[in-house]
Every structure is written in C-alpha cells, then in structure tokens.
Design a protein around this ligand. Structure first.
Ligand code: SF4
Length: 505
C-alpha cells in the first residue's frame, strides 16, 4: 500500500482547519481596507484577522465549528478506493483526537455524538477516476452555521423585496441576492457563495458546493456566468449587511456560479453559503508512495503574510467592563452599540442544554449568569480540561427557548452570534438582560479570553453540547440587543431589505 498516504491526509486536514488559503486571506485583507476605522465592522474584522493569525501560529482550529469534512478525491485507474476511504476516515479520527477537528458527527435519532467524527455519512468522501497517474485530494470544512443557510429555489418563485424570479439569468440573480440577504445572522459574514443553476435537487446542491473549490479570484470560462458573477459582486455589497451583520461595506467576498442541464419541467437555483472561515485546501500525491507532491491553493515556499501588524484587539477606551455574575442594574445600563469586556464565570449552552433546561432544573445556579452559545473544542490534559477553540454559535436556533430560560433562571447576558428574535427581545426587556454579539468564528481569539475550565455539566451530550463552566477575562462582545427593546439585528434586517429591493427588484 502507500506508506505515506495516511500522514499526507492528516497533514491536509490539520492545515485546512488551521490555515486559511491565500485567496481568502487576500479577500479578507481587502475587506479590512474597505471598512472605516472605529466602526463595528472594522472592529469585527480586526478580531477576525487576529484570529486567522493566531490559528496558523498555534496550529489551532480557525473556527471551533470544523464543519462537515468533505473530500473530493481523484485517483488513477486501478487505485484501491476501499483502502483509501478507510485511511481517510482514520486520519479524520486522528485529527479529532488531536483537537484539530471538533467531534461533529451526531446520531440523528438519539443525538449521541460518536466522538471521532465518524458515522453514517460522515465524513463525506467522493471518489472519481481520472487519466492522470497521480492522486488529488481536495478538502473543504464547512460549518453548520453556513450549511444551515444554504438555499434552493424552484423557479419561477416570488421573493420578498424582489418580486418574481423567472427562469432567466435575471431570475437567478434575484435568487442569489435573496440567499445572501437571508444568510445574515446565520453564516458569519463576509462570506462567499457557490451557486448551481439547474440539475435536480440533489445534484444542484452538490454542484453548488463544488463551486466553492474554485479560488475567489478565478474567472469563469462561461461568459454568461462570468458576467453574472461580476454583476452580483458589483452590487451585493450595497446591501450593507457588513461583517457579522453589524452593517458595513463588505457582505460578500466571492460568488462562483456553475450550470448543469435540467429537466424541462424543473429550474433549480442552489446556493451554498460559506463564511469568512472558508477552509479549503488540497494536495496531489505520488500514487506509489502517497507522499505529497504539491499543495493546491497554497504555495508552501511563500511565507504566510500576517493579517494584522499589531499585538492584539485595539481598545478605544470606551469599552464597558462587566463582571459576572451580573446585576440587573448593570445590564439595564447597557445600550445597543456598547462594546463590553466580560470577566468572571461564564457557562456554555447550546441546543442540547437549552432543550434540557426546558424540562429540568439547571445543574448550576444561573442567576446573574452569562450564558454563552458556544460548542468549544476541548482537550483533556493531565492538569484538566483545556479549551482550544471557542467562538460563538448561531443564536437564533435557541429562539424557541431563550426567553423562557431567561425568565425562569435569571440569566442576565446571552452571548452568541447573529442575534435573536422578537420573543427573546421581549424577555430581555421584561426581565432585565442583554444579548451580546461575539465575533463569529473567532475561536482562537476567544479561547485566549478563557483563563480556565472550572467544571463541566451534562458531558453526556458530548463536548460541543455540554455545559462548560469557564472563567473568562476581558471577553469582548458588542451589545446588539438591549433591555430597552432595541435590536441592531432587527434594524439591519429592515434596512438591508430596503437595499435589496433597490438593487434587485
Ligand atoms: S465562522 Fe461562523 S458560520 Fe463559519 S463555521 Fe465558524 S461559526 Fe460557523
């Protein structure tokens, strides 16, 4: 067999999880230059840039959600695909044990986490034969926040703010704009979209994801699609959704469109959204040894250019220091737009914890607490647990529960990304609490605010879903929903809806 194959795949996984490809870095550098200094958008991008640097310097996961590993493998005729599949699966398990991938494979019926990223359907591995005599493996790690925002349209369709999308390229354009607008608060922007026109429902989604393997700066060989890509990129940022949905100049860093033939009766437009943590790399391997011949998307002989040239997150002096447990007076004094630095005890809780708290008493006293929507990457060491990646997860998933949990248990601050809905906003006002938006995907940055892990509850839900008891220091976040009924997310959604009508209708 190929003696180096396993190590090569492991290297590919680790590098993909920890080092953004140069084309994405360049796009994010350009985004930084586009936002005015001192704005929320600029602050968010500064944290993201620092996070990108920390991840590669420390070989840590760029985002704690290391997503669904998807491998596209090309092999020469006669290659043993059964053996290779087994090796790739074992490399995924090994990368998980090393904390480079978060255990993300969950039994869909029981909710049980397999713990090693292996299970029916995970990871995704597609094989194709080709006439070349080497092996090519491409990998994309696409997280749940952006996967949940993927969209498929069956044309003709009526779209909010845009009117009817017909079976034309103009109709396709409307669908793409709608998908980007609709992704706000879910996938961490600025993001990129892969789009497929045509196919059937299944092949359309696969083909849309395949577009994400194109570099952001490539040029479509189909003139019609090239013009459509250019048209989207020249208008979409007028939506002013901005980084993290805070408002701003940059909403999208790439749009890649492909087309498949379709049935006469069907016209699907499938959109795969990827966030700024656009983790995609590849390798070519010697087919006799499995050793890496070359890297795709990156040139190891070129030094990695740091994203940021300063020591850390630049403070303005206007930040508000908060110490948990929090008082009602402290949170009622906050207003949308305030930047806070949280210190003290913080508890994590996401889908499984919220569902549990609706039926059971909490395992800890949550009065005055800061509840962090986060599924961290955690490793067990001799001295105890250590968090290696800990950015926020998409909060809107907890909307059905959050208001009730604030009311019942006295939570004073909910921390996550993307904001929450009307029920939570009403509960914040009635019971005296705030929603704090942390910067999505900034897993390395936030891991450094966590000074220690004091304990863990509900570990039976798996490490991403357990309730971790963290001691944090100067954890930065922005008040985006306050106790006075204000929501930045609601405002941006309305304003960007008006922009959508103006540019796309
Ligand atoms: S950056 Fe945001 S959307 Fe992307 S994987 Fe991380 S949490 Fe999910």
């Amino acid at each position: 067999m190929l003696p180096s194959f396993f190590d090569s795949v492991l290297q590919l996984i680790v590098r993909t999880s920890t080092d953004l490809p140069p084309d994405v870095r360049a796009a994010m550098r350009h985004a930084r230059g586009s936002e005015a200094e001192g704005t929320r958008a600029a602050q968010a991008l500064a944290i993201i840039a620092l996070n990108i640097d920390l991840a590669v310097d420390n070989e840590g996961a760029i985002c704690q959600d290391t997503g669904m590993p998807t491998f596209e493998v090309h092999v020469p005729v006669g290659a043993d695909q059964i053996w290779m599949r087994a090796q790739i699966r074992e490399a995924v398990a090994q990368a998980t044990r090393r904390g480079k991938l978060r255990p993300n494979s969950v039994d869909s019926i029981t909710g049980q986490n397999s713990g090693d990223n292996l299970g029916p359907g995970t990871p995704i591995i597609h094989f194709d034969q080709w006439t070349r005599d080497d092996i090519e493996i491409k990998l994309i790690l696409k997280g749940g926040g952006c996967e949940n925002t993927n969209a498929q349209y069956a044309l003709p369709v009526e779209l909010p703010h845009l009117g009817r999308a017909d079976r034309t390229l103009e109709g396709v354009r409307k669908c793409i704009l709608h998908a980007v607008w609709n992704a706000q608060g879910k996938g961490c922007s600025p993001g990129a979209v892969g789009v497929s026109v045509g196919g059937d429902r299944t092949s359309g989604y696969v083909h849309a994801k395949e577009q994400l393997f194109r570099t952001l700066d490539d040029v479509n060989t189909d003139e019609r699609l090239r013009d459509l890509e250019a048209s989207i990129m020249s208008t979409v940022n007028a939506l002013e959704i901005g980084p993290m949905g805070f408002g701003g100049k940059v909403t999208l860093i790439g749009c890649k469109i492909g087309a498949l033939n379709r049935l006469p009766a069907s016209f699907f437009v499938s959109v795969a959204y990827d966030c700024w943590a656009f983790r995609r790399l590849g390798v070519t391997l010697d087919a006799t040894t499995g050793a890496i011949n070359s890297w795709l998307y990156r040139d190891p002989s070129h030094p990695i250019i740091p994203m940021i040239d300063q020591a850390g997150f630049a403070r303005t002096g206007r930040e508000v220091a908060l110490h948990a447990p929090l008082t009602e007076d402290a949170v009622r004094a906050l207003k949308v737009g305030d930047v806070v630095l949280v210190s003290g005890r913080m508890f994590t809780g996401r889908d499984a914890v919220h569902s549990y708290l609706m039926k059971h008493e909490p395992p800890v006293d949550l009065r005055g607490s800061a509840l962090y929507h986060c599924g961290p990457v955690v490793v067990k060491e001799e001295s105890g647990w250590r968090v290696t990646a800990a950015g926020p997860t998409t909060s809107i998933r907890e909307e059905p529960y959050q208001g009730e949990i604030i009311k019942r248990y006295g939570v004073r601050a909910v921390i996550g990304k993307g904001g929450m809905g009307a029920k939570t906003l009403a509960a914040l006002k009635e019971h005296g609490a705030v929603y704090l938006n942390a910067i999505g995907g900034a897993a390395q940055f936030y891991a450094r605010s966590i000074k220690r892990v004091d304990d863990v509850s509900l570990l039976e839900f798996g490490t991403p879903e357990a309730m971790w008891h963290l001691m944090v220091e100067d954890f930065p976040a922005i008040v985006t929903m306050d106790a006075h009924g204000n929501s930045l997310h609601k405002d941006i959604e309305q304003e960007s809806g008006a922009h959508l009508a103006a540019i796309g209708g």
